[in-house]
Design a protein around this ligand. Structure first.
Ligand code: DMJ
Length: 568
């Protein structure tokens, strides 16, 4: 186990710690409550403009073509146009509806959520001769269904006269079972593509990406916990372990690999395309399932990223074998990284790189897919912006952690750009080229599941207030449940100050989300409060023991107790 450990803060912890420090650091700018409400309403209008147009012109197909009021069945096309595999009467999988369900709840629209759940449970079928990308189908469809199922079953009263009866979970289980043949390889690494009806197709490509086979554990793990069928979590975990065993001696992984031989194809990698959510899922799996194995992997992987990819606030790519820099490029997908760093408590580093991403956003009006760091210019071909959420996502996390109104201003700027450059009568269109702002006829479903959701939560977080959620890489909330946590080793219990101890629930989980343990007031087995209630301190001696991770808190340069073990 490494020297610093995830605070298991789940944001609320950071909020408490850092919020009180804001007044001394924050600029003297005011973002009034009225302005916050105004921004919230702006984002709400954006979401409904996108959603209503989808429902009017594309549903039940997958995604909206906002320039022509048309549709695309993108789930079967993702990453690769494979229309030849679609049956004649294929009507899509209502992808954008599935992706919208949790955002509808974030916006407080229970009625539309309920309508969506009922429609899906009566009409959606996965028994179709369609070849889909396993990763995309997992994060968008399986994740969307599982998240909505949990939210629906926690609020059965919404379904007035109709009984919910785990309708979405039945669909999720069916889909999960259709994924399983993909994992039947000598390595356990799954094929990137699977036919929902027929399994792995003849002559299927054996190439996949690190994120493609290494970020399945949240959805498949949750599915196993919900169905008591361990096959889903087992398959995803086996693949993840295999992938981790393929790391270099520097703890780096490549970007693409062969699922049959377990050999790397592309040795260069970074934190962007093809790898991004692999890192994200190690940390989030630890938060959701509480197993040290995930933390150990994340910890080593995170240190390696900081050591070999980071150059000041920027992240370049490097060869996994030598650690030598390969491509000096910023990519739009990398912008999720400051959010992940915030989640782990590395807020200062997060703030630093977030500012650079925002600088590039401001330079072009939106974030280009690829930006050449050495020449401070656009990549010759990858100049598009497909309404990606990553910068908004990181802005949301950083605001939650710091309550610095600067992030509300960043959000305002993102909203203004989206409205002025991408809003059209028929929805929101992707940008084909950020240098000309020429548009493309595609409204990706993640605009509904992520971009709008994170922007809304930036101005109104009542959906998450007082609760602990992990957001999947597609922005679908999964509640952190103590029952899904595994027991912490005794070694972490540093003090017996309080009464609660049981062999079933770890002090970690009992303290992460005590509100989840219905009816029972549970205290941490290790918690030692900071000397002062406002967490201010002059030395480490005035800081206590963190209630969630049972780690000793230390005094920051700014004079606040916290788990301030920054990675160098
Ligand atoms: C989303 O589908 C997910 O966030 C995924 O992990 C990669 N990025 C896209 C949106 O940009």
């Amino acid at each position: 186990m490494g020297s610093f450990r995830l605070p298991l803060l789940l944001l609320t912890l950071i909020i408490v710690i850092v919020n009180s420090g804001c007044s001394s650091r924050c600029r003297a700018i005011a973002f009034s409550p009225a302005k916050k409400l105004h921004m919230r309403d702006e984002v709400r209008s954006m979401f409904y403009h996108a959603y209503d147009n989808y429902m009017a012109h594309a549903f039940p197909h997958d995604e909206l073509k906002p320039l022509t009021n048309n549709f695309t069945d993108s789930l079967s096309e993702l990453g690769n146009l494979n229309l030849q595999f679609l049956p004649q009467n294929y009507n899509g999988s209502a992808l954008s509806l599935i992706e919208s369900l949790s955002t509808l709840l974030v916006l407080g629209n229970f009625i539309e959520f309920q309508r969506g759940v009922m429609w899906l449970s009566e009409n959606l079928t996965f028994d179709v001769d369609a070849r889909v990308n396993l990763f995309e189908c997992n994060i968008r469809v399986l994740g969307g269904l599982i998240s909505a199922h949990i939210l629906a079953s926690e609020n059965k009263s919404w379904f007035r006269n109709i009984s919910y009866n785990d309708r979405l979970l039945h669909l999720a289980r069916d889909l999960g079972q259709r994924f399983l043949p993909a994992f039947e390889t000598p390595t356990g690494l799954p094929y990137a593509w699977i036919n929902l009806k027929h399994g792995v197709m003849e002559n299927e490509t054996t190439e996949t990406s690190t994120s493609g086979c290494g970020s399945l554990i949240l959805e498949m793990g949750a599915l196993s916990r919900l169905t008591s069928d361990s096959r889903f979590e087992g398959a995803a975990l086996r693949a993840l372990r295999k992938l981790w065993n393929m790391r270099s001696s520097l703890d780096l992984l490549g970007t693409t690999l062969n699922v049959l031989t377990g050999e790397w194809i592309e040795y260069s990698s970074g934190i962007g395309a093809g790898v991004d959510s692999f890192y994200e899922y190690l940390l989030k799996a630890y938060i959701l399932f509480g197993s040290d194995e995930y933390w150990d992997m994340f910890h080593s992987a995170y240190l390696a990223v900081q050591k070999y990819f980071r150059h000041g606030p920027w992240y370049h790519e490097a060869d996994m074998r030598s650690g030598k820099a390969t491509y000096w490029q910023l990519t739009s997908l990398q912008a999720f990284w400051p959010g992940l760093q915030t989640l782990v408590g590395d807020v200062a580093a997060a703030n630093l790189s977030h500012r650079e991403f925002f600088y590039v956003w401001k330079k072009y009006g939106v974030l280009p897919e690829r930006y050449l760091l050495e020449h401070a210019t656009l990549h010759p071909t990858e100049r598009y912006y497909p309404l990606r959420p990553e910068l908004a996502e990181s802005t949301y996390y950083l605001y939650q952690a710091t309550k610095d109104p600067w992030y509300l201003e960043v959000g305002e700027s993102i909203v203004a750009s989206l409205n002025s450059h991408t809003k059209v009568d028929g929805g929101f269109a992707s940008v084909r080229d950020v240098s000309t702002m020429q548009l493309e006829d595609h409204q990706h479903s993640f605009f509904l599941s992520e971009t709008c959701k994170y922007l809304y939560l930036l101005y109104d977080d009542s959906f998450v207030a007082g609760r602990n959620f992990v957001f999947t890489t597609e922005g679908h909330p999964l509640p952190v449940r103590s029952l899904w946590h595994e027991r912490l080793p005794e070694a972490y219990i540093t003090s017996n100050r309080t009464s609660f101890k049981t062999s079933r629930v770890s002090p970690l989980s009992s303290q992460v989300c005590p509100e989840m343990i219905r009816g029972a007031k549970v205290e941490s087995a290790c918690h030692v409060p900071d000397l002062r209630v406002n967490h201010q301190c002059t030395s480490d001696a005035e800081c206590g023991i963190d209630s969630t991770s049972c780690r000793k808190r230390t005094c920051s340069i700014a004079g606040y107790c916290g788990l301030w073990r920054f990675v160098h």
